[in-house]
Design a protein around this ligand. Sequence first.
Ligand SMILES: Nc1nc2c(c(=O)[nH]1)N[C@H]1C(S)=C(S)[C@@H](COP(=O)(O)OP(=O)(O)OC[C@H]3O[C@@H](n4cnc5c(=O)[nH]c(N)nc54)[C@H](O)[C@@H]3O)O[C@H]1N2
Ligand SMILES: Nc1nc2c(c(=O)[nH]1)N[C@H]1C(S)=C(S)[C@@H](COP(=O)(O)OP(=O)(O)OC[C@H]3O[C@@H](n4cnc5c(=O)[nH]c(N)nc54)[C@H](O)[C@@H]3O)O[C@H]1N2
Ligand code: SF4
Ligand SMILES: [Mo]
Length: 711
Amino acid sequence: MSERLVPVVCPYCGVGCRLYIRSVDGYPVGIEYAKDIPNISNELGKLCPKGNAVVEYLLAKDRLKRPLKAKEQGKFVEISWSEAIKEVAERLKAYAKDDPNQLMFFGSARTFNEPNYLVQKLARMLGTNNVDHCARLCHAPTVTGLKAVFGAGAMTNTYKDIEEANVIFIIGHNYAETHPVGFRYVLKAKERGAKVIVADPRFTRTAWFADIFLQHYPGSDIALINGLIHVIIKERLYDEKFVRERCVGFDEVVAAVEKFTPEFVEKVTGVPAELIIEAARTFATAGKGVITWAMGLTQHTHGTENVKLLGTLAAICGYQGKEGAGCSPMRGQNNVQGACDMAALPNVFPGYQAVTDPEKRKFFEEFWGVELSGEVGLTTVEAAYAADKGKVKAYYVMGENPVISEANANHVMHTLEKLEFMVVQDIVPTPTMEYADIVLPAAAMLENEGSLTNTERRVQWSFQAVKPPGEARPDWWILSEVGKAIGFDKTGSGGFVYNDAADVLREINACTPQYRGITPERLKENLAGLHWPCPSEDHPGTRVLYKEKFLTPSGKANLAAVPEYKGPVEMPDEEYPFLLTTHRYVGMYHTATMTMRSCALKKRWPEPLAEIHPDDAVKLGIKSGDWVKVVTRRGAYPIKAKVTRAVKKGVIAVPWHWGANVLTNDALDPVAKIPETKACACNVAKITEEEARKLMEKLPPLIPKIEVVRG
Ligand SMILES: Nc1nc2c(c(=O)[nH]1)N[C@H]1C(S)=C(S)[C@@H](COP(=O)(O)OP(=O)(O)OC[C@H]3O[C@@H](n4cnc5c(=O)[nH]c(N)nc54)[C@H](O)[C@@H]3O)O[C@H]1N2
Ligand SMILES: Nc1nc2c(c(=O)[nH]1)N[C@H]1C(S)=C(S)[C@@H](COP(=O)(O)OP(=O)(O)OC[C@H]3O[C@@H](n4cnc5c(=O)[nH]c(N)nc54)[C@H](O)[C@@H]3O)O[C@H]1N2
Ligand code: SF4
Ligand SMILES: [Mo]
């Protein structure tokens, strides 16, 4: 019997906690806290409920073990790896020959940097920039918004800076619940005397720790942030020197926020004027401040503007380029930062080098040895609409579950039905897989190795801890086989011949400026990892960005003026009188493919509850525990009610893990192309259990029983 203790990174969220997996003969038997590794993001090795339960999903009975081919929708036969790879390669090649833009590739924030690099390399070498991933549904506005203000889209600081801040403004981010171990840095700052300001339409677990709580209406963030800037400028609390020396556009901001008086903002947001004034004063006068945000801010048709305003707020207070300050958009998935860095995105090559820039394109044409397209590709939601029109005909989906995660799920399913060919590469059966033609069984992250990048730009190596089940294979291996079978079989950067994940990382080092010094050797040695940018092998990595200048062409921050108030595109009316918003639970993760395969988590978080204000509940005759039907212009969703003052009157808040995206709106932010999953009009009515059951049958099953005929 061989027992091992292997250091890995948690396969769930962007905090990127380290832990050890204990295994016997390649099977997982438990976990150990990584107490002995200094300077990791989870000090003392602490984990949240998901990290603690990490072994369970690995052992799920229905793990995918062999490649599958569909006989008809949802019915499969087992095939060999060589048959599967051959079929995928031939089909992709045929579409590419005809018109490469008929293809769409989905990268994955749930797997390592190396396969994300390979999936975009495959798309691009086949001639298309149609490659995207769930960052589109997530922090896309953070990238577009922060790029506009500071020249780049990543977190400008690290967790250490949150710990050292004197004020932390948390907006649209249920920090305590969605980045629970990272939240310890907020608590540590608070113990030191730092003030915490929380803005959220719901009274969340995070709000419990607030010194000032601003409860605004979903979608009213532009007014709220402009209101804070208004007070800071009017009371001359901003950092005049920083604004003069390091920013441009201040006069336009002054003019734009003129009408956002605390009284006006109170009317639009529902937050009392005096609280807005108090929050503005507390934030601006602290000396060192951090702003953290997540989906409450970004998942709107004006998400980019929300983020630009937060960047502006930080900049006018001088909270950039120094320790204990900065912008901390909290990246969600454990490798969403890395999937973006690796360019699983339609507009850039690795390292955010624009596909439209002829010089960058020339570099990659020489590096990969093929001609490349300079046309920006499709985003996830755009691809669905192109599929509906028959323009996109084939999807390659690695580690995403769009049937549950994309907005307006009924439309998503309709478009998947229209596709001619779909490959799904996942670790378990998903509702998306029901539409697949070929299923490729992937090894889970803990069953293979590679590098991944947490929210702080910290790149870490995760080692193989256990054996994958059956014939499941690492994501990088699958893509390398597909690439070779297509004919990209040269050695070196022009092909897909790799011995292991480290080989792929060496190629990434050679073409991604921020990762140049982040070699596999250094990562394997230093378990706390390295923060990018890390331009050379002797560079220690970078904690705080923009100490001297910003990455904009002028080197100065472009302050953003947003003079017009914009709310959600779909506001309550007579037919749909409530505002619906969606959120997460600490023990459930996204489309729940892993957390619902954990008995411990499922037991503690068994079902979703729709939060409704007591006054609304009385009017509708609803009590806690009653079944209700939430209805929007796009779908109907059965759920039990929880009557609570945590939400404002007129707001219905629903966790989305169980399939609530049949309700949400896929209207897009014009710049970031993110759908508006945080606010749309809805109606609510009490229903019987029988009616709920009937409605439930119409929803896609979260854990589908895929029928497999043995071949
Ligand atoms: N347990 C768990 N942790 C996770 C995840 C998970 O699924 N489960 N997912 C990970 C991922 S990928 C991400 S991106 C993060 C997301 O992390 P969060 O953004 O914290 O997650 P949410 O609960 O979706 O939304 C945050 C808050 O936004 C509020 N909100 C709703 N509408 C608005 C609005 O209009 N304005 C403002 N300001 N706030 C609003 C909600 O009430 C909610 O409390 O979490 C990561 N961590
Ligand atoms: N209404 C509403 N909708 C939302 C949101 C919201 O707040 N409200 N949030 C959005 C956000 S922020 C995000 S990030 C998206 C997330 O959207 P998705 O990325 O689609 O959601 P996940 O459940 O994380 O799905 C990832 C898939 O990867 C698989 N997987 C896990 N590990 C591996 C691996 O190692 N290899 C491979 N090949 N596959 C693997 C999982 O089984 C799962 O099927 O959802 C978005 N949808
Ligand atoms: S906070 Fe995130 S990374 Fe850490 S244990 Fe929990 S889910 Fe895993
Ligand atoms: Mo996310």
